[in-house]
Structures are given as structure tokens and as C-alpha cells.
Design a protein around this ligand. Structure first.
Ligand code: FUB
Length: 312
């Protein structure tokens, strides 16, 4: 099967088309892929699932202590640029947190801003839980230097950063609902109080926001769980903080019961791609996940055609 995939990928490249080999990374567990096009390559900033052992995170649960970044020019051959941020080198992070969950990264004026959630150390009463920090680099591979403190005013996980055509940047994140706020020019501070993006389905848990803009339409995409596992859904609007109209499903719930899904959408060489995750390499334990990618298509009316995951 692997040989067939590689031959397929080579044929697609010769034809000038893109074809990913899923799972994209096979020597470690990766989840929550935030993909970006920087220069002529795709960079993916995923979470890095490791096994929680006694004294290291919560046994039987998600466990992450650092992030790697990967790049590829053909979606088949991936370079692991190594560890870019670890809880050990984030001054404000709880060293017992093991909660370096879904990150995102963006380029602005030659600097790369890497946003990541984790738990604060020595949190005051009522101030515990997740918040979001930033690390800054001069190139997508790093080295990334974490800011001394997390971004003020955020409680939540799954940061997603978006820069609009007028240059205004926005940060989105989740805490069951999805929140958004403009960022200051420095990309390190919120420029206004966060807003709850309240026109999304009220029932169930939403997380992992990812914003794209196409033909002037803002597509707010997010995993949503109402039953057992997460479904990727989207809503559209005329402005980055809504109001939004729920449009439908991008990817159905996992057919094999992987509880989470988490995604990003890029346009690489004229082809839209959906990055997502599944427990392909760990069928018995869905907290060890692997990142995947498939083509994504828009219908003539702007709706997103549902993507069927390429599973084994
Ligand atoms: O990877 C840990 C958490 O699971 C992420 O932050 C969520 O989006 C879900 O994928």
C-alpha cells in the first residue's frame, strides 16, 4: 500500500497535481495540524502526542511536552526540523502541564509568530487552566523565542491566527465556544476585548477554529462534537468576527471512533488542501494521533464539498 501511494504521488507530481501520503508523519504521533505555505513549501505545526506515564501528565489522556515543525514541497517527503518549543523553555508554562495543545503560526514582516496553548505555572485561585502564548522566530524552522508572559486576556485553547487583506490580524481560540479578538500590530497583544462568536451551533462543544477568506467571504471552520466524535463544520460571514451563518459539514465524524479531529485549510499551488488528524497509527488509543491531508474543493456557489478522509 505504501509503495502504491508513493508511485501515485510520483505520478501526480509528474502531472503537476498534488497528492498526500497519509498519514503524513509516520515516525512519531502528531495531531492538530496547522498548515501554512511559506515560500514554496508547506509547513505543518502540529501537536506532538506522547504517552502519558506515571508522573508525566494524566495517564490515559493527551500528553504533549513540545512542538516540532515539518516542511514539504510535495506533501510526501517531509522534513522534521526538530523541536521548536518545549514547555521547559517557556518561562510561564506549568512544568507539570504536559499540555502543549494545538498551535498555529503565521508570518508578518519577516517574523514568524507561533501561538500555542498550555497551562500557566503558579496560577492564582480562579486563574488556572489554559491560556495562550507566543514564540517568535526569523524563519519558519526557528529558532523560536517564547515571550516571557502569555497573551493577556485569553482563557482557552487552540489559537488560530488570521491576517485580513487590510493587514488587521485576528486571534481566535476556543473554550467550548469560539472566541475572537483583533491583535495589535505587534502580534503579541489583543487589541480589544474578546468576542464570543455566538451564531454557531449552541448545542455541543466547539474547538479548533480555523479562519480562511475566499472571494471576500470569511469561512470560520471548527470541529464540533454533539455525539461521540468531532465533525468538521463551517460557517460563513462578511466580516472576521461575524455574524456568521452555519453552512454545513466539511468532514463527518470518525468512522472508527477517534474522538477528536482538528484541521487547517491552505491553498498550495492552486489546490486547496484540508489537513486533519486521525488515530491511524494507534487504532486502540485515540490520544495518539497522526496528521493527514486531502484535497478540498469549493462548489461554484462557494460551499465546501465534503471531504472523505483517506484512511487505510
Ligand atoms: O490535541 C489536544 C486537543 O484535542 C486539541 O487542542 C483539540 O483541538 C483536540 O484535537
Amino acid at each position: 500500500k505504501r509503495g502504491r501511494c508513493i508511485l501515485g504521488a510520483m505520478a501526480m507530481l509528474l502531472l503537476g497535481q498534488l497528492n498526500a501520503q497519509n498519514p503524513l508523519i509516520q515516525d512519531q504521533f502528531t495531531a492538530d495540524p496547522s498548515a501554512r505555505v511559506f515560500g514554496d513549501k508547506v509547513y505543518v505545526f502540529p501537536s506532538h502526542d506522547i504517552l502519558a506515564e506515571e508522573g508525566k501528565g494524566r495517564v490515559g489522556w493527551f500528553c504533549m511536552e513540545d512542538y516540532h515543525v515539518f516542511s514539504s514541497a510535495d506533501l510526501t517527503n517531509w522534513t522534521d526540523h526538530g523541536m521548536i518549543v518545549s514547555q521547559e523553555n517557556v518561562a510561564w508554562a506549568d512544568p507539570k502541564g504536559y499540555s502543549m495543545w494545538a498551535p498555529d503560526c503565521i508570518e508578518r514582516n519577516g517574523k514568524y509568530y507561533f501561538y500555542f496553548p498550555t497551562k500557566k505555572k503558579d496560577a492564582a485561585e480562579g486563574e488556572g487552566g489554559f491560556t495562550v502564548g507566543v514564540a517568535v522566530a526569523d524563519s519558519p524552522e526557528g529558532p523560536y523565542v517564547p515571550e516571557e508572559n502569555p497573551i493577556e486576556g485569553i482563557k482557552g485553547i487552540d489559537p488560530n491566527v488570521f491576517i485580513d487583506d487590510d493587514g488587521q490580524a485576528y486571534l481566535y481560540w476556543s473554550r467550548s465556544q469560539i472566541y475572537g479578538a483583533p491583535l495589535k500590530e505587534n502580534m503579541l497583544e489583543l487589541a480589544a476585548e474578546p468576542t464570543v462568536l455566538g451564531d454557531l451551533p449552541q448545542k455541543g462543544h466547539k474547538e479548533g477554529p480555523y479562519m480562511i477568506k475566499r472571494n471576500g467571504v470569511y469561512y470560520l471552520t471548527y470541529p464540533h462534537v454533539e455525539n461521540k466524535t468531532e465533525r468538521l463544520e463551517y460557517a460563513t460571514g462578511d466580516s472576521p468576527l461575524g455574524p456568521f451563518t452555519v453552512q454545513g459539514v466539511i468532514m463527518d465524524e470518525s468512522p472508527t471512533g477517534c474522538w477528536t479531529n482538528h484541521h487547517s485549510i491552505i491553498n498550495y499551488k492552486g489546490q486547496y488542501l484540508l489537513f486533519y488528524h486521525h488515530n491511524e497509527l494507534s487504532p486502540q488509543f485515540d490520544k495518539s494521533r497522526s496528521i493527514m491531508a486531502d484535497s478540498l474543493f469549493f462548489e461554484p456557489d462557494g460551499k465546501i464539498r465534503k471531504v472523505t478522509p483517506t484512511l487505510r
